[in-house]
Design a protein around this ligand. Structure first.
Ligand code: IVH
Length: 661
């Protein structure tokens, strides 16, 4: 084919594919196919420079590094938004907005406030011609070459584009990619970014666009600067037109409301959805929809009267590390814990935070006495993000991992290739407590909280799992905060737990790397406990999904005489189970499912059990081996990953139809 024609064809194909992937969230090409076509176009343009165009997708990569950024004056200043931090502040703003609107409540549109960095993007006659940072609002920096590399930002608009279009938007760093980049930076001993917002801003201000290109920034358009030729009467209408031009807007997330209550409901929904999103959202932006009304309402010095950012409670605060201690987990893993000057984060007082492993203390460069950024996301344990090194006084001390277990004084071992040091003593009280808590939880025995287990272990009443079944009501009733009735209930719960399933028991023993799904595979494959206890690693590896490491852990656990003796006592205490269901023959045989987002018709656990009963597997992470991802409302990164990998996606109803057919 004639090169010019082929280049045109490829440009159209690749541009459409990018739009489908990044803007519509509905891929039409596999990654591999995209890459192949992309390279074909690159080669073609290299061989025939005359066929290259300014809007070619190949222009999205690699411009030469620069020495500095040129300054650009914004035609229309980039203002900021007034913030409301509380219900009351939002209520006050709402009342003022109603007044400014002449007394009647205007219709508001509500968007997520994406926590990234503000940019302006300019199109002339449909062609991307440049863009800039917000700067001081009047003058920003020309970051055209970097913006060009952002996937999802078209280099040419579709359809008939207005003469000049200045767009306002937010560039953000997707969370999974952010975590991955930080890990890689840390592994190379380079400085990590404190949060995705800094990462987005830092990446956009890279002098070498090649670096920016390798980082998967995204953009969402949420407004206009100057526009010549775009006719819209409302914000929603404007976003619709922009989307039709092929731009990634926040229009799909738009909600409407008038009263404070209606908008509060939207605020609450976004706050609840926050942890499952692929990007950081730090609030909602409430805007008057009608452009004419906006004009009437006008501006304050730095912000419009027709919009406000209603922030979420912050998830990060800065506080000081008073001291460091070390906690010992169920598997003996030693984890450094920072004791903090108490600080309120998102309504909860935080006084301790973990650094997931001691390597991280070194990598994050955290010292005792440091001011640190602490982050609390949802219900997870608060985590130290990093030190605020500018606030160091020189009085800070390095933390050192102890050589002996802080609980039982056994010499700590650090296995080769493992990040975490461990206490090797299986009867270490910390390990026993962890094992008992894990067991009672996994067996569904209600009423065994941390305080109770602490007492059982510290008073030498329970030294292992089997000892639980020898407990008497009198023994329990003698413990702190324990009445006769609760003691009786615990004994009853223990008694009931003796009739169980093999997979549940196996999963509850606390063998490292043996979770629910491995336990199920083992139970199905061997059918009974004895053959598992006596299996060689080779036999264990015949179970699908059991690899060398898992087999070694299982074998070592059952080879340990005290574990074996404990299991014998458990059996003697009357543990019984039904024969496991055979794995063969189920309708979902060989299929792997991942559930993400909310399920409406059943609990996630029920859905997973259903899959298992029909011979399939439910897993928590999406990979190329996943057969189906079942996605409900508010699905997040797993859905993105499924799309990326081309894994088939089902709605909950489609899934139900499949299992019931
Ligand atoms: S509208 C007149 N909409 O928040 C200013 N801003 O605190 C109009 N932001 O500088 C801004 N998401 O960078 C608007 N959906 C959204 C937004 C949003 C994030 C950022 C934006 C702005 C800052 C104001």
């Amino acid at each position: 084919m004639e090169p010019g024609r082929r280049a045109r064809e490829l440009r159209t194909l690749l541009t459409e594919a990018s739009h489908a992937y990044y803007v519509l969230d509905d891929p039409v090409l596999s990654d591999a196919e995209y890459d192949r076509r992309f390279r074909e176009l690159q080669d073609l343009e290299a061989a025939h420079p005359e066929v290259a165009t300014a809007d070619s997708p190949t222009r999205k990569v690699g411009a030469p590094p620069r020495e500095s950024f040129r300054q650009v004056k914004h035609t229309v200043p980039m203002l900021s938004l007034e913030n409301a931090m509380t219900d009351a502040e939002f209520g006050e703003w709402h009342a003022r907005a109603v007044e400014a609107a002449g007394g009647s409540i205007p219709e508001f549109v509500v968007e997520p406030k994406v926590d990234g960095t503000a940019v302006e993007v300019v199109y002339e006659d449909g062609l991307f011609t440049g863009g800039s940072t917000r700067g001081d609002g009047e003058v920003g920096e020309d970051i055209t070459d970097n913006l060009r590399t952002i996937r999802g930002l078209p280099l040419r608009l579709r359809g008939s584009a207005p003469g000049r279009l200045e767009l306002r938007g937010e560039v953000y760093y997707p969370l999974r990619a952010f975590a991955k980049m930080n890990e890689e930076l840390a592994a190379r001993g380079e400085k990590t970014f404190a949060n995705p917002r800094n990462a987005a801003a830092g990446t956009l201000r890279q002098l070498d666009p090649g670096v920016t290109e390798r980082r998967p920034l995204r953009i969402v358009i949420h407004g206009l600067g100057e526009s010549k030729g775009l006719k819209a009467a409302t914000h929603a209408g404007c976003l619709e037109q922009l989307a039709a031009l092929g731009l990634p807007t926040c229009g799909r997330d738009l909600e409407r409301g008038r009263s404070v209550e209606e908008i509060r409901a939207v605020h609450r929904r976004w706050m609840e959805a926050r942890d499952g999103l692929e990007f950081e959202v730090d609030g909602i932006v409430v805007k008057v929809d009608d452009f004419r009304l906006r004009e009437e309402m006008g501006f304050r010095t730095r912000s419009p009267r027709w919009a406000i950012a209603w922030k979420f409670p912050p998830r990060e605060e800065v506080t000081r590390i008073v001291s460091m201690s070390v906690s010992v987990g169920r598997t003996g893993a030693l984890t450094p814990v920072a004791e903090l000057e108490p600080v309120k984060i998102g309504g909860v007082t935080v006084s301790r935070a973990t650094l997931s492993n001691p390597g991280l203390v070194a990598k994050k460069g955290v010292r005792i006495g440091d001011w640190v950024t602490v982050r609390r996301a949802g219900d997870v344990i608060p985590e130290i993000v990093g030190a605020v090194t500018a606030r160091r006084t020189g009085e800070e001390r390095e933390f050192e991992m102890p050589a002996a277990c802080p609980v039982c004084r056994a010499a700590v071992v650090q296995a080769e290739g493992e990040a975490v040091p461990r206490c090797p003593n299986a009867s270490c009280p910390a390990q026993v407590k962890g094992t008992l808590l894990n067991f009672t939880h996994a067996m569904g025995i209600d009423g065994f909280g941390e305080k109770l287990v602490d007492q059982l272990v510290e008073r030498g009443i329970a030294t292992d799992i089997a000892a639980l079944y020898a407990l008497t009501a009198d023994q329990l009733a003698g413990l702190d905060r324990m009445g006769d009735k609760s003691a009786q209930n615990l004994i009853e719960a223990l008694r009931a737990s003796r009739s169980t399933t093999l997979e549940r028991l196996l999963g509850a023993l606390g063998i490292r790397l043996v979770g629910g799904s491995t336990a199920r595979d083992l139970a199905r494959h061997f059918g009974d406990l004895r053959p598992i206890m006596d299996a060689t690693p080779e036999r264990l590896m015949q179970v699908p999904e059991v690899g060398e490491r898992v087999a070694a852990e299982i074998h070592a656990w059952f080879a340990n005489p005290s574990n074996r003796a404990m299991v014998e006592r458990l059996l003697a205490a009357g543990m019984t189970w039904e024969a496991p269901r055979p794995a063969e023959g189920g309708r979902l045989q060989g299929l792997k499912f991942v559930f993400t987002g909310e399920l409406v018709r059943m609990a996630r656990r029920e859905a997973e059990t259903l899959v298992a009963e029909l011979g399939g597997k439910a897993s928590s992470s999406v990979s190329r081996q996943t057969s189906f991802v079942v996605a409900g409302p508010n699905a997040g990164s797993k859905l993105d990953k499924a799309r990326q990998l081309g894994v088939r996606i089902l709605t909950e109803d489609e899934f139900l139809a499949m299992v019931r057919s």
